[in-house]
Design a binder for this molecule. Structure first.
Ligand code: NAD
Ligand code: MG
Length: 400
């Protein structure tokens, strides 16, 4: 019998967190959710505690933790409620857990995810921002503490599945020529360029194929998501950006491909449902049921491919630029993007200003080497401050 896996789910109330619990619920004999964490969604966390009986529930927000505590006591549940970033780090490294689903959104995920790596856990990584901000530090930490890492991002999970089974981190000796990283192109892939300045947050979040959190949905609309994924693939698979070809594939059926030197191209296909990569990583190396429906290949009928349009999607160009500059630049890119997306979602800036903010911040901050987490957090903070300062000086912002 397969030994039971004891899980911490960081970001359990989010889109990936809920999909993870959906798969977990299908296999009570295999998985136990020991700790769940969220920012401030008390209602959803309460529902999850009633259903999964975790030992710990962490709310980042202290007031939310108090509210959750009160509800749990009334319901007679013994879940221990904690709050704050230290508690997120604590539950990511508990001795009684072996596996951590890292599904917090954004830079906020970095400290608990690193804590899981330092504790030598088996990490299922959805929080791509950790790799973008601190790729080298994170990968070194994984090796140093004998942690293990499986990608949840659908493209990276597809690449992992298409690489040789015991891929050693070296494309050449593995006979791999290049990676084909697919992208849907998002909701504005065909939109008239003139209309982009007036799109609303709701339109930007209405992804044609995937249902996701709001931040990654906007990233998909700007294609920054693909840029972050190029950086993610670079660190995960030790592959240079020249060997990563972004391919716009509007159906999101092929989740990515690996081309070998003999001309073979291996791909992983499936319905666009994150429960597939989640179940793959949770069950690995075994295959387990995910609840995802069988793919109707006749209904799909066609698969299309196009080269990416860097003029329409300047964020993609900026991400390549940050990766090639290296050092603090990917962390700067990521932080500037987080600020830009936040103010766009708050209705304060036009969609087309997102890349303008990021470009301004990248031009304003000098390239510096990164040696430790403090350097990464300093770069993140500086980029956020620079972005906010610039926003304050802009006319359309003053007019609000
Ligand atoms: P989401 O917004 O739906 O959920 C985010 C989760 O993180 C929530 O549980 C929230 O409470 C928690 N959270 C938010 N801010 C926090 C903070 N400051 N501190 C602690 N916790 C915080 O996001 P999502 O779409 O599930 O994405 C999660 C991660 O997975 C992101 O890094 C995203 O890029 C990645 N990812 C998501 C998808 C997808 O289909 N949703 C696909 C690939 C990768
Ligand atoms: Mg993805």
């Amino acid at each position: 019998m397969t030994p039971i896996r004891h899980l911490t789910i960081l970001g359990s109330t989010g889109s990936i967190g809920e999909s993870t619990l959906d798969v977990v619920a299908r296999h009570p004999d295999r998985f136990q959710a020991v700790a769940l964490t969220a920012d401030k969604n008390v209602e959803k966390m309460f529902e999850q505690c009633k259903r999964f009986y975790p030992s710990y529930a962490v709310m980042l927000n202290a007031q939310s933790a108090e509210q959750l505590e009160a509800k749990l006591r009334v319901a007679g549940l013994g879940t221990m409620v904690l709050s704050g970033i230290e508690s997120l780090e604590k539950v990511a490294s508990l001795p009684e857990i072996d596996t951590v689903m890292a599904a917090i959104v954004g830079a906020a995920g970095i400290r608990p995810t690193l804590s899981a790596a330092q504790a030598g856990k088996h990490i299922l990584l959805a929080n791509k921002e950790t790799l973008v901000m601190a790729g080298r530090i994170f990968m070194d930490t994984i090796r140093q503490y004998h942690a293990t890492l499986l990608p949840i991002d659908s493209e990276h999970n597809a690449i992992f599945q298409s690489l040789p089974q015991h891929y050693n981190g070296d494309l050449i000796s593995s006979g791999v020529r290049r990676i084909l990283l697919t992208a849907s192109g998002g909701p504005f892939h065909k939109a008239d360029l003139q209309t982009l300045s007036t799109v609303t947050p709701e339109q930007a979040c209405a992804h044609p194929n995937w249902v996701m959190g709001r931040k990654i949905s906007v990233d998909s609309a700007t294609m920054m998501n693909k840029g972050l994924e190029v950086i993610e693939a670079h660190w995960l698979f030790n592959v240079e950006p020249e060997k990563i070809q972004v391919v716009v594939h509007p159906q999101s059926v092929i989740h990515s491909m690996v081309e070998y030197i003999d001309g073979s191209v291996l791909a992983q296909l499936g319905n666009p449902d994150m429960r597939t990569p989640i179940a793959h990583a949770l069950g690995y190396p075994e295959r387990i049921e995910s609840g995802v429906q069988s793919m109707d290949i006749f209904k799909i009928a066609q698969l299309n491919f196009e080269a990416p349009d860097f003029e329409r999607f300047p964020c993609l160009r900026l991400a390549y630029e940050a990766l090639s500059k290296g050092g603090n630049m990917p962390a700067v890119l990521n932080a500037a993007n987080e600020v830009a997306v936040e103010v766009f979602l708050a209705g304060k800036i036009p969609f087309t200003v997102i890349p303008a903010i990021i470009e301004h911040v990248m031009e304003s901050i000098d390239r510096q080497e990164i040696t430790d987490l403090e350097d990464v957090l300093a770069a993140d903070l500086r980029a956020r401050e620079t972005a906010r300062k610039w926003l304050d000086t802009q006319a359309w912002q003053r007019g609000q």
